[in-house]
Design a protein around this ligand. Sequence first.
Ligand SMILES: N[C@@H](CCC(=O)N[C@@H](CS)C(=O)NCC(=O)O)C(=O)O
Length: 206
Amino acid sequence: MKLWHCRDARSFRVLWTLEELRLDYDLVTLPFPPRWAAPDYLATNPLGTIPYFEDGSAAMTESAAICEYLAVKHGGASRLAVAPDEPDYGAWLNWLHHGEATLTFPQTLVFRYAMLEKPERRLPQVANDYRRWFVARTVLAENALADGRDFLCAGRFTVADISVAYALQFAETLGHLGEVGPGLQAFWARMQERPGFKAAKARQGA
Ligand SMILES: N[C@@H](CCC(=O)N[C@@H](CS)C(=O)NCC(=O)O)C(=O)O
């Protein structure tokens, strides 16, 4: 298995999953954004996006899908996936995709228009609107954790927690973590204590 990664980009979801599962893999770390800083990468992934992941004939570009792939195909007894015959199968898939499609999507607009673009191309109104959009969308996860639950579903840690926790890491980077609810802030603190999370941070280096 081989993962193309940029420090703390969405590929971190995959790196964290690989470390939770203690799998062997090769890691290629690129400068961000690769389409400007490592243009040769386009020959590997024409989208120029991170993550890119290979495992035999599998070639994948979606972080949540790769986490699902690893948990299902290489999860062994880890139970980082929820099986179709478990009551929380639907909830698990929903949280897994919610982390990327609903939470991280608005964050990318904040990142681009508040930080990544050159100062003359920045758009404070777009960044502010999508910051508020992100914060409003966190209500579902905040409600799910409000009853003191440690994990989003199935009563155990799964890759759905990784998917949503990544959005909280991104919120911290973007400076809007303080606007999410106390349940999510406590969840994010717990997630960072996991040995798998710490191993992924160590593997990507400074
Ligand atoms: N939906 C994809 C999005 C991948 C994506 O856009 N990744 C960002 C990094 S977090 C990227 O590569 N941006 C670089 C660019 O747009 O040039 C996923 O979840 O993996």
